[in-house]
Design a protein around this ligand. Structure first.
Ligand SMILES: [Zn+2]
Length: 715
């Protein structure tokens, strides 16, 4: 087995608009809006989003109306004259959220897949309103008192497990969001959130600005080392931007990664590298450093209102890690092995550079370039050769095959036009049970990069499954930024990108397989919810997938066994780079939130902290602070970036369970336990308990160290 590539997984983030579930009953006929974005979904498959009717104009009034509706309904629950019960309070809240959820499905698409300057303006206007709206619910005193009553009663007379869990989670969520605060503190709390939400939007827009506005144009004489497909697409981008005859290297990961790996033009590599790692850090009106300092101050002040010392402590209490110390312990246990490996990698690269007579000292813009040369020399592995066996269409089939074996799912293409899509590139499949034919949901795939689409890869749902009001199907999507090929040409992707493709599909399977009663139980636990997707990456390199789907795009021949052997051998290659660039970001994330933010100088803090940690000078953090969108364009991954590694410990340990099984990665009994305990319950079961049910014990760190080729310490 090839160990998963951490590097590939980090560009993913899942987008869940679960925060809007507080909405209440369906709008009745008489107050049903004529705004198309708020209306119930109609058509086949239990109703589907009207993506063909999406418009920026309609989104703001739809959002405002949905929020208003929602608040009215929350008021109805809060002001119920009957004594608070599980049914009239918690279930009523769970039943809510439908209209607003629908609007959020469109809002998410407009923000992530088809954004525009016009939409970003609307987004900036809506951000403080959404924050206000959330505060009005989370700080609704009467509502909280009813939740508290139900919670306290359940502590004496427990409810059935799923009901009890939704009560616990709801109570905790309110408590963590300031529900126990007095009126004065609540007011300040809401002000802070409003301010933060605007800062998050500004942060994200600044990064996007720098991604769109720093483009490196090459001329014909500067294409040395670059692959034909890459050159073609760079030419097309340049033409689209009115620079006919030139070649554009855009300031995004999918563009800079191949350029830095292959370009023989060292000065240009330096320029491209500097553009990319300076995003949000250019000392102009789009600079994010002051915004970050302000965000950190406000976060600290906010948790301080509730008596917490720092943001990290507040954030981690309901995570699998539970405390910042546990997360730091894990990271620092791996850090020395990772940075020691970087030293070895740099030495190998320097040797190659010397042999080539290049007369240079390895700098950060040389890392990918010489690493590729070492890879070829040490493993004789040519990424371009591997690519010829990784066709997007075949990989898609491979994922369907995997889902069939593990989950018993079948994927059937939905006829074009039968389900509305927001862009012609988007394709839709129906998911059914292989044996019973039971309908499970729809899978939307938006594979290609385009202007206005955020970078990276991610998964999201338009509708999640729960059963308390009858069974519902799942509408899930995967989104990537593969470079769209010239017409008629196969999409060939790198091993890392293929891994990420499987990763995101793992999120989709996690959505599809949900077997929970209440919407709240669909929520993810941040340091646990990357585990299922990371685990799914492992099937890419199983024999069954290799032999059937990794076939040459021209000859149709399966990838040669010798090449597979090389990939397997190379799997621990460059783990120093991958692990160190990731851990540096994760450590800075945690340390920034444990630090005193008074007068904090972000640039200085980053530099000094990295020095103290002994960060090797030959590589940067994967996400430098001024561009760390996971942490500063929202709160989703704030003090949570460590979660990828936390989840990876589970991933490595769980894959050893398959490796040890008689049927290997296709062992029926282990697969059944996988679905039953690790996928279907989502957050209906405590993650640590779910894992123990799967494995018979807690996860151990040793499997992860082995996967990365790091020495395992004897205890
Ligand atoms: Zn993910």
């Amino acid at each position: 087995m090839i160990s998963n590539s951490l590097r590939a997984t980090l560009i993913c983030s899942i987008v869940l608009f679960s925060s809007c579930k507080e909405d209440i009953k369906k709008p009745t006929k008489k107050n049903m809006s004529d705004n198309v974005l708020i209306q119930e979904w109609t058509g086949p498959y239990q109703g589907v989003p009207a993506f063909d009717k999406v418009s920026v104009k309609a989104i703001k009034p739809a959002m405002e109306e949905a929020m208003k509706l929602n608040l009215a309904e929350i008021e109805a629950i809060a002001n119920n004259t009957e004594p608070a019960t599980f049914e009239n309070t918690i279930v009523a809240m769970e039943s809510a959220g439908k209209a607003l959820s629908r609007v959020f499905a469109y809002y998410g698409i407009m923000g992530s897949n088809v954004s525009s300057a016009e939409f970003r303006k609307v987004q900036a206007e809506l951000a403080p309103k959404l924050s206000d709206f959330r505060s009005q619910i989370s700080q609704n005193e009467k509502l909280f008192q009813r939740i508290k009553t139900v919670y306290e009663a359940s502590q004496k007379t427990p409810l059935e497990p799923q009901a009890q869990r939704v009560v616990d989670l709801t109570y905790k969520q309110f408590e963590m969001n300031g529900a126990n605060l007095n009126a004065e503190k609540k007011k300040r709390y809401a002000e802070i959130n409003k301010e933060l939400s605007s800062l998050y939007t500004d942060f994200a827009n600044n990064v996007l600005h720098d991604e769109e506005n720093y483009i490196t144009y090459l001329n014909k004489g500067q294409l040395g080392g670059l692959a034909e497909g890459f050159i073609k697409s760079a030419a097309k981008i340049a033409t689209d931007k009115g620079e006919e005859g030139k070649y554009a290297i855009t300031n995004t990961r999918s563009s800079i990664d191949p350029f830095l790996t292959y370009s023989t033009e060292r000065e240009l590599r330096k320029q491209v590298w500097e553009n990319y790692y300076s995003r949000g850090d250019n000392g102009d009106q789009y600079d994010n450093n002051k915004i970050i300092a302000q965000i950190l101050k406000l976060r600290k002040e906010r948790v301080g209102l509730m008596g917490y010392d720092n943001y990290a402590e507040w954030r981690l209490q309901d995570r699998m890690a539970k405390t910042p110390e546990n997360a730091m312990d894990l990271m620092m246990a791996v850090w020395p092995a990772a940075t020691a490996r970087v030293k070895e990698e740099v030495a190998d690269m320097q040797t190659v550079a010397n042999e080539l007579g290049d007369n240079i000292t390895i700098e950060p813009w040389d890392y990918r370039y010489y690493a590729e040369k070492v890879r070829k020399k040490k493993y004789d592995l040519d990424s371009d050769e591997v690519k010829q066996y990784l066709q997007l269409d075949k990989l898609t089939e491979a994922m369907f095959f995997t889902a069939g074996e593990l989950f018993n799912y079948k994927f059937t293409p939905v006829a074009e036009g039968a389900v509305p899509v927001f862009h012609e590139d988007v394709k839709v499949w129906e998911v059914t049970d292989k044996d019973s034919g039971k309908h499970i949901g729809l899978w939307y795939l938006d594979p290609f990069a385009r202007e206005g689409k955020r970078s990276g890869a991610w998964a999201t749902t338009y509708r999640s499954s729960d059963s308390f009001e009858g069974e519902k199907n799942v509408l899930a999507s995967n989104n990537s930024n593969f470079v769209k090929p010239a017409p008629g040409e196969a999409v060939l992707v790198s091993w890392d990108d293929a891994t990420t493709f499987f990763h995101e599909f793992g999120h989709a399977l996690h959505f599809f397989s949900a077997d929970v009663k209440y919407p709240t139980l669909n929520g993810g636990v941040r340091d646990y919810t990357e585990f299922q997707s990371q685990l799914l990456e492992r099937w890419l390199s199983t024999d069954k997938v290799i032999n059937q789907f990794l076939v040459h795009y021209k000859t149709g021949e399966p990838i040669p066994a010798s090449l597979v052997e090389k990939i397997k051998k190379a799997s621990t290659f460059n783990q120093g780079f991958g692990t160190t660039e990731y851990l540096a970001s994760a450590l800075i994330d945690m340390k920034l939130h444990l630090a005193d933010p008074t007068d904090i100088d972000i640039d200085k803090f980053e530099r000094e902290t990295l020095d103290e940690l002994g960060m090797p000078k030959e590589l940067p953090m994967r996400h430098r602070t001024p561009q760390f969108g996971h942490v500063f364009s929202g709160e989703g991954y704030a003090t949570a970036y460590y979660g990828y590694m936390w989840a990876d410990v589970l991933t490595s340990d769980a894959s050893e369970a398959f490796r040890e099984a008689e049927g290997g990665f296709y062992d029926k009994a282990v697969a059944d336990k996988l679905v039953k305990y690790l996928f279907a319950p989502r957050n209906a079961m405590d993650p640590a308990e779910a894992y123990r049910k799967f494995r018979g014990r807690d996860a151990k760190i040793e499997a992860l160290m082995r996967d990365r080729g790091f020495p395992v310490q004897k205890v």
